[in-house]
Design a protein around this ligand. Structure first.
Ligand SMILES: C[S@@+](CC[C@H](N)C(=O)[O-])C[C@H]1O[C@@H](n2cnc3c(N)ncnc32)[C@H](O)[C@@H]1O
Length: 266
């Protein structure tokens, strides 16, 4: 199931894959010509896509530092991990709390093939990888139990992935299926593309993506994004462009068309 040899057989180099194009936009090298062609076409239509990718990763860093440090969460379930890049969840978490335990989940075979470079835990902590589909939360929690103590709070991170669960009811049931069994004090961390925060060309770029790449994507409105946090207490500053979630610098960076928010299970 987690076997990188079977992953190679599943890798398709004839169609752009989100994990690899995201890697391209982040300046990585784990991508194919088809990914670069589609990535460049999308950038041509929607020039701020690279900023979205970088703002999303910077959000990840700030949130994980906050949760591992100020909140004291020691367990992270990062679903839709993407290809390893700088400042992956376990690196940020274990830098703050060396005994942090992290389970990564993705369904892309290229991510699985690179998983070994993700699995570099601190000696005190643990890092695991699971090749699974986000639409199967039960299986994910069952498998994560080998590494995480699900009786203690967990931070469930789904950055830039619910947008690939096209049916909103199904996306909500994925969130409920993950958060439902977890104890009070668990957190949900989401980012999601939207057409409501500007981003000239975003809609055309998504429509191009859906004809030329995989998996297909959708944007969501603020009320729909907010509904993923039903029953949770959303931390300050609420639902904002992910670039505006507790930014590090004094100056507010330019917003990107990607919502970001963190909710705590009461
Ligand atoms: C836009 S990337 C985001 C990567 C990382 N979370 C970040 O924020 O930088 C989305 C990732 O979700 C993964 N993905 C998409 N649909 C998925 C699904 N149904 N199950 C698991 N992973 C999925 C893709 O393979 C890709 O690696």
């Amino acid at each position: 199931m987690n076997d990188p040899r079977t992953a190679s057989a599943r890798i398709r180099s004839d169609i752009a894959h989100n994990a690899r194009v995201w890697n391209y936009w982040l300046g990585g090298r784990d991508n194919y010509p088809v990914d670069r062609v589609v990535g460049d076409r999308v950038t041509g239509m929607y020039p701020s896509i690279g900023e979205v990718a970088r703002a999303d990763r910077a959000f990840l860093g700030r949130v994980v530092r906050h949760l591992a440090g100020d909140v004291g969460i020691g367990q992270f379930l990062d679903i839709g991990t993407g290809l390893p890049t700088a400042d992956n969840t376990h690196e940020v978490a274990q830098h703050t709390a060396p005994d942090a335990r992290v389970v990564y989940v993705d369904n892309d075979p290229t991510v699985l093939a690179h998983a070994r470079s993700l699995l570099t835990s601190s000696p005190e902590g643990a890092t695991e990888y699971l090749d699974a589909d986000a639409r199967d939360p039960e299986r994910i929690l069952r498998a994560a139990e080998g590494t995480l103590d699900l009786r203690r709070p967990v931070a469930v991170m789904m950055l830039g992935i619910l947008n690939f669960v096209l049916d909103t009811d199904e996306a909500r049931s994925v969130v409920d299926g993950l958060m439902g069994p977890l104890p009070s004090g668990s957190h949900l961390v989401l980012t999601h593309p939207t057409l409501e925060l500007g981003g000239e060309g975003n809609e055309a770029a998504m429509s191009f993506w859906n004809k030329n790449a995989t998996p297909p994507i959708t944007a969501r409105s603020r009320p729909v994004f907010a509904s993923f946090f039903d029953g949770l207490d959303v931390l300050d500053p609420g639902i904002v462009s992910c670039a505006h979630w507790r930014p590090d610098g004094r100056l507010l960076p330019a917003p990107v068309a990607q919502f970001g928010a963190v909710g705590r299970k009461p």
